[in-house]
Design a protein around this ligand. Structure first.
Ligand SMILES: Cc1cc2nc3c(=O)[nH]c(=O)nc-3n(C[C@H](O)[C@H](O)[C@H](O)COP(=O)(O)OP(=O)(O)OC[C@H]3O[C@@H](n4cnc5c(N)ncnc54)[C@H](O)[C@@H]3O)c2cc1C
Length: 451
């Protein structure tokens, strides 16, 4: 029996493991193994809602071990460090607890076919100071770290305001040596990058700042004192959308009190400021970098052809150009479609590639080969502008035409994307039950997570 190892249980990898487990794993025609560094899956497009406190990541996660048990695959927790292509084995780092105690030693796993679904990491483009001073949104711990800094920053700025205005005699100048010293009253949040991640986060943060004021977590004016700025290098936000939609998104953000700075190229990042190439200084208590992604460093160490973003070059079968036993899908793969060009790093691409491989790997194992070629279909793109609005474009649904959508309808369609992902993993009935449970949860919990 052949072993198919999938590394990375994200948008693409977990769906592939689930589909292959259901078809071949349960039938006993192949052993399917999923490896991930974390114990549970969280759908990455929702990370900005964890960062803003709107969503509790723990409640929305899917345990890999439980999913594996129900869907006929094995799960191994561990960080993959490298691949011995000659011996067809992957090397896993020792698994350590938070305080450094070894749970499992370094191990290796054998494979017949290896699927790399490693996702992507933030690309700092070599900007000085970025790596040291910014926060990023690559995974749940990073999103939770941002959320904590946001809450702490609001509380501290509020206390500094109260001390400065003589409102609270118990607070003194020692506050100035706090975690965000030397800044004027208020909290300055700078988001570098006006793509979907930056725009979605800015809108959610603006709503969270208002809710936290309502809860009296801080006494700041949520618009005047919680200053959110987006710095975008290009002339428009959301460059992948039609300019009309980009302008609509910018108008919406400005109506929330967010400052949108386009044509602003960040030259360096300091501990409490971001400086652009015209020497303008943007004060910053918290800087979030959302300016682009690249494949994880490991992709460039495997002796496989990669592009300048370290994405593994794959052909129409999604096999790497250099090793027929290795496939790559999702953000870590580079597939250039002869007609439509490069497939973008999106959840819908990872989903389509997972569906494609689930079929072709079964054919390959049964008949020795598959002649199917992957074709990416762009169904459009939706960007959330907070709880009640979104903008975007729907493509390929009615006669291949494109429709621009906005407002509440677009926001509702946006929320369907996640439901579609849940349906791929759990089936319709459980997705529907979870939707009802989420709805009830939203009604009975605080609308912003406080800890
Ligand atoms: C805030 C945000 C909003 C987004 N919004 C959208 C959107 O609206 N629409 C859209 O289409 N796309 C969106 N995206 C992009 C989308 O999330 C990605 O394109 C998609 O998740 C890629 O799927 P993937 O399977 O390639 O990787 P991921 O989903 O990133 O999964 C990668 C997995 O690999 C694991 N892994 C990585 N390295 C190792 C290792 N060495 N060892 C073991 N495990 C490892 C990780 O733990 C992770 O579980 C958004 C992204 C972000 C950050």
């Amino acid at each position: 029996m052949q072993t198919i190892v999938i590394v990375g249980g994200g948008a693409g990898g977990l769906e592939l493991a689930t589909r292959l487990g259901d078809s071949m794993g349960k039938a006993g025609t192949a052993r399917i193994v999923l490896v991930d560094r974390w114990p549970a899956h969280f759908w990455k497009p929702l990370l900005h809602t964890v960062a803003s406190g709107k969503r509790d990541a723990q409640a929305a996660q899917i345990d890999y071990a439980a999913q594996a048990c129900e869907h006929g695959f094995d799960f191994h927790r561990g960080e993959v460090l490298g691949v011995d292509r000659a011996a067809r084995r992957i090397a896993l780092a020792p698994w350590l607890t938070d305080d450094g105690v070894e749970v499992l030693p370094a191990r290796s796993l054998g494979y017949d076919k290896l699927v790399l679904a490693l996702g992507s990491v933030t690309n700092f483009f070599g900007v000085p100071g970025a790596c040291e001073h910014v926060l990023t949104l690559d995974d749940v711990p990073q999103a939770e770290a941002f959320h904590q800094r946001f809450i702490d920053g609001c509380i501290q700025a509020s206390a500094r305001n109260a001390a400065g205005a003589g409102l609270d005699a118990s607070l003194d100048a020692s506050l100035d040596t706090g975690i965000y010293p030397g800044l004027d009253a208020g909290l300055d949040i700078v988001i570098v990058g006006g793509g979907a991640t930056g725009v979605e986060l800015a809108a959610e943060l603006s709503h969270s700042a208002r809710t936290l004021a309502r809860y009296k977590v801080h006494a700041l004016d949520p618009v005047r004192n919680v200053r959110i700025r987006i710095l975008e290098r290009g002339p428009l936000l959301l460059p992948h959308l039609h300019p009309r939609l980009s302008k609509r998104a910018a108008r919406h953000l400005r109506s929330l009190g967010i400052t949108v700075c386009v044509d602003t190229t960040v030259e360096r990042v300091e501990a409490h400021a971001v400086v652009d190439n015209e020497a303008r200084v943007f004060p910053s208590s918290i800087t979030l970098w959302a300016a682009g992604v690249e494949a994880p460093a490991m992709c460039a160490t495997l002796g496989l052809s990669v592009n300048r973003l370290r994405q593994i070059a794959v052909g129409p079968s999604l096999q790497s150009m250099d090793d027929a036993a290795i496939y790559a899908i999702g953000d870590c793969a580079s597939f250039v479609c002869p007609v439509k060009g490069t497939v973008p790093p999106r959840a819908q691409a990872a989903h389509q590639q997972a569906m494609f491989l689930a079929q072709t790997l079964a054919q390959t194992l049964a008949h020795g080969a598959s002649t199917a070629a992957f074709a990416y279909r762009d169904y459009g793109s939706l960007v959330s502008l907070g709880p009640l609005a979104a903008v975007g474009v729907l493509a390929g649904t009615v006669g291949g035409r494109k429709f621009q959508v906005g407002g509440l309808l677009a926001r509702w369609l946006y929320s369907l994307m996640y439901r579609k992902h849940l349906m791929a993993l759990h089936g319709f009935a459980r997705m529907a039950a979870r939707t009802v449970a989420d709805w009830i949860g939203e009604k009975i919990s605080p609308s912003v997570k406080l800890h």
